[in-house]
Design a binder for this molecule. Structure first.
Ligand code: NAD
Length: 348
């Protein structure tokens, strides 16, 4: 997979301009959802006025629209506007837009170039980087997808000003993940950090991008170390699939619940000490507002559908200390169930 150019903040706008200038004579399409059309598009044009000539394609906001039917609708539009191999697709939005737009870019004319301009915290620190693109299918998260890297990722923290607080918190979930799998110092900072905008957050965004990019470059296709980025996700994705339309269970929150459960299993399998497990569980449970899981059997059903499973065995990421993760750990259904029951017991 080719390496993306990653630029952060206003200081990098001149470099971004140089990139966009290459498409002066080409058709440029910008995918937005209803919210990023309202809150981000004009700001984006104020930075790069020449992109006002782009064709805007708006979709409805939300995970429900990260679907093959949206891909079909957008493909019809791109064909109507005569998109070509040389055209550029810009994804202006959160992880839904970058996953969906990236997948569309990968299949249109067997691949056109695309840019991610992430507008949520979660997409700035995670979804926009690394070239994993996908749509959900039959309610299974990211079932249809492809590795296809954006040519450019331009991260503008200023976009976060209009983000709903719950979405900001969701992004912090993934930042906590980086600390648990990679960086104990970051964990110690995060424990004391409020969920708010500012220079501390901008520093955390840069650190997260460096960690993700470092891991992706070592293992672009998820064969080994990149799998550690899935810490909390085997269980988290299954919870997200069950509570698809429930805003209490957005991506980051589900990952946090998944990290508590997968830390529980790490401790049960003797990877992780009792004291570190207690520190992780207490910190995450107190910092995030996490609802109980009422449909454990449904969550177990979706865990069995996870892409990482092999020969019907469920595969999770474990940690042995804060900052050290292990991949390809196969676990029993009983341990998965026990971890979810344990999570629910924290609410008593
Ligand atoms: N490809 C990857 O590596 C990767 C990694 C992590 C997550 N993901 C995917 O990312 C998705 C979640 O991303 P997300 O949390 O960004 O969700 P999202 O794209 O649905 O955005 C969340 C909400 O915020 C709104 N929004 C976006 N930017 C805004 C802004 N600046 N101001 C106001 N509102 C704004 C959106 O319209 C939406 O309603 C999931 O589908 C997940 O699977 C992908």
């Amino acid at each position: 997979m080719k390496k993306s150019i990653i630029l952060i903040g206003a200081d990098s706008f001149s470099d971004a301009q140089v990139f966009f200038n290459k498409f002066e004579k080409e058709k440029i399409f910008i995918i937005v959802d209803a919210n990023t059309n309202k809150f981000c598009l004009d700001i984006f044009f104020s930075f790069f006025p020449f992109l006002k000539k782009s064709i805007i394609l708006e979709i409805e906001a939300g995970e429900l629209h990260k679907s093959i039917s949206t891909i079909i609708a957008l493909s019809n539009q791109l064909i109507k506007y005569k998109a070509e191999k040389q055209s550029l697709l810009i994804n202006l939005g959160g992880g839904v837009i970058s996953d969906l737009g990236g997948f569309l870019a990968s299949i249109l004319n067997r691949g056109i170039r695309y840019v991610n301009i992430p507008t949520t915290l979660l997409s700035q620190v995670d979804a926009s980087i690394g070239g994993k693109t996908a749509v959900n299918f039959n309610q299974i998260k990211n079932k249809l997808g492809f590795f296809y890297a954006p040519s450019l990722v331009l991260i503008i923290p200023g976009f976060l000003k209009t983000l709903h607080k719950n979405e900001l918190i969701s992004g912090f979930g993934e930042i906590f993940k980086y600390s648990l799998i990679y960086d104990k110092r970051m964990w110690n900072v995060l424990k004391k950090t409020e969920f708010q905008l500012g220079s501390i957050l901008e520093d955390l965004i840069s650190k997260s991008v460096i960690i993700k990019e470092n891991i992706v470059q070592r293992d672009p296709f998820d064969d080994h170390v990149r799998k550690t980025l899935n810490f909390g996700h085997t269980i988290g994705h299954a919870i997200e699939s069950v509570y698809f339309l429930d805003s209490k269970f957005n991506h980051g929150i589900c990952v946090v619940i998944g990290m508590i459960c997968e830390s529980y299993i790490s401790n049960k399998l003797n990877y992780l000490s009792d004291s570190t497990f207690l520190e992780i569980q207490k910190t995450l449970f107190s910092k995030f507002s996490l609802s109980k899981i009422n449909n454990i059997e449904d969550v177990l059903f979706f865990i069995k559908e996870d892409k990482k499973n092999k020969s019907n065995k469920v595969n999770i990421i474990t940690i042995s200390e804060i900052g050290k993760a292990h991949f390809d750990v196969f676990v029993s259904e009983d341990d998965l169930k026990e971890s979810l029951i344990f999570f629910n017991s924290l609410h008593e």
